[in-house]
Design a protein around this ligand. Structure first.
Ligand SMILES: [Zn+2]
Ligand SMILES: [Zn+2]
Length: 305
Protein backbone atom coordinates (compact mmCIF):
# COMPACT_ATOMS: atom_id res chain seq x y z
CA UNK A 1 0.00 0.00 0.00
CA UNK A 2 1.25 3.45 -0.89
CA UNK A 3 -0.41 6.41 0.84
CA UNK A 4 0.18 9.92 -0.47
CA UNK A 5 -1.09 13.03 1.27
CA UNK A 6 -2.34 15.80 -1.04
CA UNK A 7 -4.29 17.96 1.41
CA UNK A 8 -4.06 18.26 5.19
CA UNK A 9 -5.92 21.44 6.07
CA UNK A 10 -9.33 21.58 7.71
CA UNK A 11 -12.25 23.98 7.17
CA UNK A 12 -10.84 25.98 4.22
CA UNK A 13 -7.63 26.25 2.20
CA UNK A 14 -4.88 28.67 3.23
CA UNK A 15 -1.96 30.17 1.30
CA UNK A 16 0.14 31.95 3.93
CA UNK A 17 3.86 31.31 3.57
CA UNK A 18 4.23 30.29 7.24
CA UNK A 19 1.66 27.50 6.75
CA UNK A 20 2.93 25.86 3.57
CA UNK A 21 5.31 23.28 5.08
CA UNK A 22 2.32 21.32 6.38
CA UNK A 23 0.28 22.55 3.42
CA UNK A 24 -2.61 24.80 2.54
CA UNK A 25 -4.89 22.40 0.63
CA UNK A 26 -7.90 20.78 2.26
CA UNK A 27 -8.25 17.07 2.84
CA UNK A 28 -7.30 14.60 0.14
CA UNK A 29 -5.36 11.33 0.45
CA UNK A 30 -4.40 8.91 -2.34
CA UNK A 31 -4.10 5.18 -1.67
CA UNK A 32 -2.60 2.77 -4.22
CA UNK A 33 -2.68 -1.01 -3.89
CA UNK A 34 -1.78 -3.04 -6.96
CA UNK A 35 -3.77 -1.50 -9.82
CA UNK A 36 -6.30 0.03 -7.43
CA UNK A 37 -6.50 3.77 -6.98
CA UNK A 38 -8.52 4.95 -4.01
CA UNK A 39 -9.01 8.59 -3.06
CA UNK A 40 -10.11 9.59 0.42
CA UNK A 41 -12.00 12.91 0.27
CA UNK A 42 -12.07 15.48 -2.51
CA UNK A 43 -10.71 18.65 -0.87
CA UNK A 44 -8.58 21.14 -2.82
CA UNK A 45 -5.63 18.71 -2.71
CA UNK A 46 -7.52 16.68 -5.31
CA UNK A 47 -6.63 19.13 -8.09
CA UNK A 48 -2.90 18.43 -7.88
CA UNK A 49 -3.56 14.71 -7.51
CA UNK A 50 -5.52 14.82 -10.79
CA UNK A 51 -2.58 16.50 -12.51
CA UNK A 52 -0.16 13.92 -11.07
CA UNK A 53 -2.35 11.05 -12.35
CA UNK A 54 -2.30 12.68 -15.80
CA UNK A 55 1.52 12.52 -15.81
CA UNK A 56 1.62 8.76 -15.16
CA UNK A 57 2.49 6.64 -18.26
CA UNK A 58 -0.47 4.32 -17.54
CA UNK A 59 -2.82 6.23 -15.25
CA UNK A 60 -5.62 4.26 -13.57
CA UNK A 61 -8.90 4.47 -15.47
CA UNK A 62 -11.03 3.29 -12.56
CA UNK A 63 -10.90 5.54 -9.52
CA UNK A 64 -12.68 4.80 -6.25
CA UNK A 65 -13.48 7.91 -4.26
CA UNK A 66 -14.50 7.51 -0.62
CA UNK A 67 -16.04 10.68 0.80
CA UNK A 68 -16.29 11.05 4.60
CA UNK A 69 -18.94 13.78 4.35
CA UNK A 70 -19.88 16.63 2.05
CA UNK A 71 -18.79 19.70 4.02
CA UNK A 72 -17.13 22.07 1.53
CA UNK A 73 -13.55 21.35 2.62
CA UNK A 74 -14.04 17.68 1.66
CA UNK A 75 -15.58 18.09 -1.82
CA UNK A 76 -14.46 21.48 -3.15
CA UNK A 77 -11.69 19.95 -5.28
CA UNK A 78 -14.10 17.71 -7.17
CA UNK A 79 -14.94 20.06 -10.10
CA UNK A 80 -11.20 20.67 -10.64
CA UNK A 81 -10.18 16.99 -10.80
CA UNK A 82 -8.98 16.55 -14.41
CA UNK A 83 -9.89 12.81 -14.75
CA UNK A 84 -13.63 13.68 -14.64
CA UNK A 85 -13.29 15.23 -18.08
CA UNK A 86 -11.89 12.11 -19.84
CA UNK A 87 -14.39 9.63 -21.30
CA UNK A 88 -12.11 6.62 -20.67
CA UNK A 89 -12.32 7.10 -16.89
CA UNK A 90 -14.76 5.54 -14.46
CA UNK A 91 -15.34 7.03 -11.02
CA UNK A 92 -17.00 5.05 -8.26
CA UNK A 93 -17.98 7.60 -5.62
CA UNK A 94 -18.94 6.40 -2.13
CA UNK A 95 -20.48 8.57 0.57
CA UNK A 96 -22.84 8.63 3.48
CA UNK A 97 -26.48 7.84 2.88
CA UNK A 98 -28.71 10.66 4.09
CA UNK A 99 -32.38 11.17 4.28
CA UNK A 100 -32.34 14.83 3.24
CA UNK A 101 -30.53 14.55 -0.08
CA UNK A 102 -28.57 12.01 -2.00
CA UNK A 103 -24.82 12.10 -2.51
CA UNK A 104 -25.32 12.58 -6.24
CA UNK A 105 -27.71 15.50 -5.65
CA UNK A 106 -25.28 17.21 -3.25
CA UNK A 107 -22.42 17.00 -5.78
CA UNK A 108 -24.76 18.01 -8.63
CA UNK A 109 -25.92 21.05 -6.64
CA UNK A 110 -22.31 22.12 -6.08
CA UNK A 111 -21.76 21.76 -9.84
CA UNK A 112 -24.61 23.93 -10.98
CA UNK A 113 -25.32 27.42 -12.19
CA UNK A 114 -24.63 30.00 -10.74
CA UNK A 115 -22.04 28.28 -8.52
CA UNK A 116 -20.20 26.72 -11.47
CA UNK A 117 -20.35 27.23 -15.25
CA UNK A 118 -20.49 23.46 -15.80
CA UNK A 119 -22.87 20.80 -14.55
CA UNK A 120 -22.68 17.09 -13.80
CA UNK A 121 -23.98 16.42 -17.33
CA UNK A 122 -20.88 18.12 -18.80
CA UNK A 123 -18.49 15.64 -17.22
CA UNK A 124 -17.10 13.02 -19.62
CA UNK A 125 -16.09 10.29 -17.16
CA UNK A 126 -18.55 7.57 -16.22
CA UNK A 127 -19.70 8.43 -12.69
CA UNK A 128 -21.46 6.05 -10.29
CA UNK A 129 -22.62 7.10 -6.85
CA UNK A 130 -22.90 4.63 -3.98
CA UNK A 131 -24.69 5.67 -0.82
CA UNK A 132 -23.35 3.69 2.10
CA UNK A 133 -23.81 3.67 5.86
CA UNK A 134 -21.79 3.20 9.01
CA UNK A 135 -20.92 -0.36 10.01
CA UNK A 136 -20.64 -1.48 6.38
CA UNK A 137 -17.84 -3.75 5.15
CA UNK A 138 -17.13 -4.21 1.45
CA UNK A 139 -14.39 -5.17 -0.97
CA UNK A 140 -12.85 -2.80 -3.54
CA UNK A 141 -11.16 -4.35 -6.59
CA UNK A 142 -10.68 -7.64 -4.66
CA UNK A 143 -7.48 -6.40 -2.98
CA UNK A 144 -8.77 -3.81 -0.53
CA UNK A 145 -11.29 -4.37 2.24
CA UNK A 146 -13.16 -1.29 3.42
CA UNK A 147 -14.93 -0.93 6.78
CA UNK A 148 -16.87 2.10 7.97
CA UNK A 149 -17.92 3.62 11.28
CA UNK A 150 -19.66 6.81 12.30
CA UNK A 151 -17.65 9.84 13.42
CA UNK A 152 -19.02 12.38 15.92
CA UNK A 153 -19.49 15.34 13.60
CA UNK A 154 -22.33 17.73 12.75
CA UNK A 155 -24.78 15.98 10.40
CA UNK A 156 -22.66 12.83 10.77
CA UNK A 157 -19.54 11.75 8.90
CA UNK A 158 -17.99 8.43 7.99
CA UNK A 159 -14.67 7.00 9.17
CA UNK A 160 -12.93 4.51 6.86
CA UNK A 161 -10.59 1.56 7.41
CA UNK A 162 -8.71 0.24 4.35
CA UNK A 163 -6.97 -3.12 4.62
CA UNK A 164 -4.82 -4.81 2.01
CA UNK A 165 -2.11 -7.45 2.17
CA UNK A 166 0.20 -6.31 4.94
CA UNK A 167 -1.03 -2.75 5.48
CA UNK A 168 -3.97 -1.00 7.15
CA UNK A 169 -4.88 2.67 6.95
CA UNK A 170 -7.66 4.31 8.99
CA UNK A 171 -8.97 7.72 7.95
CA UNK A 172 -10.95 9.86 10.40
CA UNK A 173 -10.44 13.49 9.35
CA UNK A 174 -13.45 15.02 11.11
CA UNK A 175 -14.68 13.94 14.51
CA UNK A 176 -15.19 15.43 17.92
CA UNK A 177 -14.45 13.41 21.05
CA UNK A 178 -17.16 11.19 22.50
CA UNK A 179 -17.85 12.67 25.90
CA UNK A 180 -19.79 15.80 25.11
CA UNK A 181 -22.50 16.90 22.70
CA UNK A 182 -23.86 14.22 20.39
CA UNK A 183 -24.35 15.43 16.85
CA UNK A 184 -27.07 13.80 14.83
CA UNK A 185 -28.97 14.84 11.76
CA UNK A 186 -30.02 18.09 13.40
CA UNK A 187 -27.61 20.84 14.26
CA UNK A 188 -27.35 21.21 18.02
CA UNK A 189 -26.92 24.82 19.02
CA UNK A 190 -24.16 25.46 21.51
CA UNK A 191 -25.54 27.14 24.63
CA UNK A 192 -22.24 27.71 26.40
CA UNK A 193 -22.21 24.43 28.27
CA UNK A 194 -22.34 20.75 27.25
CA UNK A 195 -25.78 19.47 26.40
CA UNK A 196 -27.31 17.50 29.25
CA UNK A 197 -27.09 14.07 27.69
CA UNK A 198 -29.87 11.58 28.28
CA UNK A 199 -29.01 7.96 29.10
CA UNK A 200 -29.74 7.14 25.47
CA UNK A 201 -27.32 9.83 24.29
CA UNK A 202 -24.59 8.63 26.64
CA UNK A 203 -25.04 5.07 25.41
CA UNK A 204 -24.92 6.24 21.78
CA UNK A 205 -21.72 8.22 22.46
CA UNK A 206 -20.07 5.27 24.21
CA UNK A 207 -21.07 2.94 21.36
CA UNK A 208 -19.78 5.38 18.75
CA UNK A 209 -16.45 5.69 20.58
CA UNK A 210 -16.08 1.91 20.96
CA UNK A 211 -16.74 1.44 17.23
CA UNK A 212 -14.17 4.10 16.31
CA UNK A 213 -11.57 2.42 18.55
CA UNK A 214 -12.46 -0.91 16.98
CA UNK A 215 -12.15 0.52 13.47
CA UNK A 216 -8.69 1.90 14.26
CA UNK A 217 -7.51 -1.18 16.22
CA UNK A 218 -3.96 -2.19 15.30
CA UNK A 219 -3.83 -0.04 12.15
CA UNK A 220 -0.42 0.76 10.71
CA UNK A 221 -1.49 4.36 10.17
CA UNK A 222 -4.29 6.38 11.72
CA UNK A 223 -5.01 9.75 10.10
CA UNK A 224 -7.09 11.56 12.71
CA UNK A 225 -8.73 14.93 13.32
CA UNK A 226 -6.30 17.02 15.42
CA UNK A 227 -7.59 20.46 14.51
CA UNK A 228 -7.43 22.01 17.95
CA UNK A 229 -5.15 22.60 20.87
CA UNK A 230 -6.83 21.63 24.17
CA UNK A 231 -7.39 25.32 24.89
CA UNK A 232 -9.12 25.83 21.52
CA UNK A 233 -11.23 22.73 22.04
CA UNK A 234 -12.49 24.14 25.32
CA UNK A 235 -13.77 27.20 23.42
CA UNK A 236 -15.29 25.27 20.48
CA UNK A 237 -16.45 21.90 21.84
CA UNK A 238 -19.49 21.92 19.55
CA UNK A 239 -17.59 22.15 16.26
CA UNK A 240 -17.15 18.40 15.86
CA UNK A 241 -13.35 18.46 15.90
CA UNK A 242 -10.78 16.94 18.25
CA UNK A 243 -7.66 18.26 19.91
CA UNK A 244 -4.29 16.65 19.25
CA UNK A 245 -4.40 15.18 22.80
CA UNK A 246 -7.77 13.58 22.10
CA UNK A 247 -6.40 12.13 18.84
CA UNK A 248 -3.38 10.65 20.69
CA UNK A 249 -5.60 9.11 23.38
CA UNK A 250 -7.77 7.37 20.76
CA UNK A 251 -4.69 6.20 18.82
CA UNK A 252 -2.97 4.83 21.93
CA UNK A 253 -6.10 3.01 23.06
CA UNK A 254 -6.50 1.48 19.58
CA UNK A 255 -2.83 0.41 19.55
CA UNK A 256 -1.99 1.91 16.16
CA UNK A 257 1.55 1.93 14.79
CA UNK A 258 1.61 5.56 13.68
CA UNK A 259 -0.70 8.47 14.33
CA UNK A 260 -0.82 11.27 11.78
CA UNK A 261 -2.22 14.53 13.12
CA UNK A 262 -4.55 15.85 10.41
CA UNK A 263 -7.21 18.43 9.46
CA UNK A 264 -4.91 21.20 10.62
CA UNK A 265 -6.64 24.35 11.81
CA UNK A 266 -6.49 27.06 9.11
CA UNK A 267 -5.12 29.50 11.73
CA UNK A 268 -2.21 27.27 12.74
CA UNK A 269 1.23 28.07 11.37
CA UNK A 270 3.89 25.41 10.76
CA UNK A 271 5.59 26.44 14.00
CA UNK A 272 2.39 25.99 15.98
CA UNK A 273 1.79 22.54 14.46
CA UNK A 274 5.43 21.63 15.29
CA UNK A 275 4.72 22.58 18.93
CA UNK A 276 1.48 20.55 19.02
CA UNK A 277 3.36 17.55 17.62
CA UNK A 278 6.20 17.85 20.15
CA UNK A 279 3.73 18.10 23.02
CA UNK A 280 1.97 14.87 21.97
CA UNK A 281 5.29 13.04 21.54
CA UNK A 282 6.16 14.06 25.11
CA UNK A 283 2.81 12.92 26.48
CA UNK A 284 2.74 9.60 24.61
CA UNK A 285 3.26 6.61 26.94
CA UNK A 286 3.66 3.92 24.26
CA UNK A 287 6.12 3.38 21.42
CA UNK A 288 3.57 4.69 18.91
CA UNK A 289 5.06 6.98 16.25
CA UNK A 290 3.41 10.41 16.08
CA UNK A 291 3.77 12.68 13.06
CA UNK A 292 1.84 15.58 11.64
CA UNK A 293 0.62 14.95 8.10
CA UNK A 294 2.06 17.28 5.48
CA UNK A 295 1.42 17.75 1.78
CA UNK A 296 3.72 15.50 -0.21
CA UNK A 297 4.07 12.94 2.60
CA UNK A 298 4.28 9.34 1.36
CA UNK A 299 3.93 6.10 3.35
CA UNK A 300 4.66 2.59 2.05
CA UNK A 301 4.04 -0.88 3.44
CA UNK A 302 3.01 -4.38 2.35
CA UNK A 303 1.62 -4.98 -1.15
CA UNK A 304 3.06 -2.22 -3.38
CA UNK A 305 1.85 -1.36 -6.91
ZN1 LIG B 1 -13.48 19.14 7.54
ZN1 LIG C 1 -16.84 18.58 8.48
Amino acid sequence: MIVRIWGTRGSYPVARAEMLRYGGNTTCVEVRVGDSCIILDAGTGLRQLGEALGREPNPPTTINMLITHTHWDHIIGFPFFAPIFSPQNRLEIYGLQRTQSSLRKTIANALSDPLMPIGLEDLRADLSFHEIHEGLEFQLDSRVRVCTARANHPYRALAYRLESDGATLVFIPDTGPFHTVLFGDERIEWTGKPTANTDDDLLALATMRARIINLARGADWLIYDSQFTDEQYARFPHWGHSSASQAREIAEEAGVGQLLLFHHDPHHTDTQIDAMLEEQRTLCRSDMIITAAYEGMELRKGDLP
